[in-house]
Design a protein around this ligand. Structure first.
Ligand code: LMR
Length: 394
């Protein structure tokens, strides 16, 4: 039977990871996959995670199943971290998922189940796996303009025009902070305008928040998500712990479905548990338990927040250094957007040929659409990248 299978398109980001691995050059620089690296190139286990693991090893006395939606304490801790008290707890259904991607997949399935014809509006560009999963689930997609190739900021007028074509029953997928792949984000006023469109159209927002704490700070990065959630009757939120807790391989995420009353909450909670059961049964627990321990313990939480702040400010420092180097080399301000972008990524706005030249001539790996992972840099490699960017004519 397997002879009927067709080769699937490679994921651009994961294919790049392999190309980088296969490159024998010692001077190569990996700005591909969105994984934080410290100045030595290591993706460290955060101190609070290590401590929580140690405590867990000492105290955990069973690996029996939790619940289909995971441990409710994890949902509580994540709801509080993402939403604060923006929405009444008894209106929120939540289920643990295998990573943020698991939450996205479950959210799309929930949408399809509730409204098979729903169109999902996605930013152009967006994280490629959004599109890949939507295609796999055969769900209608409507791209909305997002990135201005000239300014490397948000093409806000175009975005609003496109979002205004959404209708009740459609879903608008928004990146809560640190837009992937561009690094360009909406300001407060622009979020207000988007909320107005959501309210006028009656469309349902779905917020993907995978980088909370990597942009302007843990609370600041959640502000837009909280505002959206509080302003509409229904909302989906897919949150990831991969980056902000550095527990990528533990696959820790949560899907929240917000409604305006408790009977809808009960129905949603049951549906999320059902969907988990159909796809993987019980969600992974280890990462979720570590996150719960960290968020609920004052000492662990304080240490985690300090380290997260260090990571965030390191990335901001690299952004400013790169923008400055490029200003010096180019004699212009045209790279100022690098310091204005937030999160791990920036889209350089280079052609695929330039990106290829960076790879072949300089051993610098970034995604073909010129998305680069700022966290793949350090203070020594920033000047090398800056020279290469000028060299290939960006
Ligand atoms: C990325 O965008 O690089 C990360 O979210 C990792 C992934 O799974 O693609």
């Amino acid at each position: 039977m397997f002879e009927t299978l067709q080769a699937q398109p490679a994921d651009k980001i994961l294919a790049l990871m392999q190309m980088y691995k296969d490159d024998p050059r010692e001077t190569k620089i990996d700005l591909g996959v969105g994984v934080y690296k410290d100045a030595t190139g290591l993706t460290p286990i955060m101190r609070a995670v290590k401590s929580a693991e140690h405590q867990l090893w000492e105290t955990q006395d069973s690996k029996a199943y939790t619940g289909l939606a995971g441990d409710p304490a994890f949902a509580d801790a994540m709801i509080s971290m993402v939403l604060g008290d923006a929405v009444a707890r008894d209106c929120i259904a939540a289920a643990a998922t295998p990573g943020g991607t698991g939450a996205i997949r479950q959210a799309f399935e929930l949408i399809k189940m509730a409204r098979p014809q729903a169109r999902v509006f996605v930013s152009d560009p967006t994280w490629p796996n959004h599109l890949s999963i939507l295609k796999y689930l055969d769900m209608p997609v409507v791209p909305y303009r997002y990135f201005d190739d000239e300014t490397r900021g948000v093409a806000f007028e175009g975005m609003l025009q496109d979002l205004k074509t959404a209708q009740k029953g459609d879903v608008i997928l928004l990146h809560g902070c640190c837009h992937n792949p561009t690094g360009a984000n909406l300001n407060g006023e622009q979020w207000n305008a988007v909320i107005q469109v959501l309210q006028d159209a009656g469309a349902t927002p779905m917020v993907d928040i995978a980088y909370q704490g990597f942009g302007d700070g843990l609370i600041a990065d959640a502000a837009a998500t909280r505002q959206v959630a509080a302003a509409v009757p229904e909302c989906l939120i897919a949150a990831s712990c991969s980056k902000n807790f550095g527990i990528y391989r533990e696959r820790t995420g949560v899907l929240m479905a917000l409604s305006s009353d408790t009977s809808a909450q009960r129905l949603n909670q049951g549906t999320l548990a059902f969907l988990n059961r159909q796809n993987f049964s019980f969600p992974p627990d280890h990462g979720a338990r570590l996150v719960t321990m960290i968020l609920n313990d004052d000492t662990l939480r304080a240490d985690w927040m300090t380290e997260l702040e260090d990571i965030r400010t390191t990335m901001l420092g690299l952004r400013s250094q790169l923008a400055q180097e490029l200003q010096n080399l180019s004699g212009s301000d045209r790279f100022g957007f690098l310091a204005a972008h937030r999160g791990m990524f920036s889209r350089l706005g280079a052609s695929p040929e330039m990106v290829e030249k960076l790879r072949t001539d300089h051993g610098i790996y970034m995604v073909g659409d010129s998305r680069m992972n700022i966290a793949g840099l350090n203070s020594q490699t920033v000047p090398i990248l800056a020279k290469a960017i000028i060299d290939v004519g960006i």
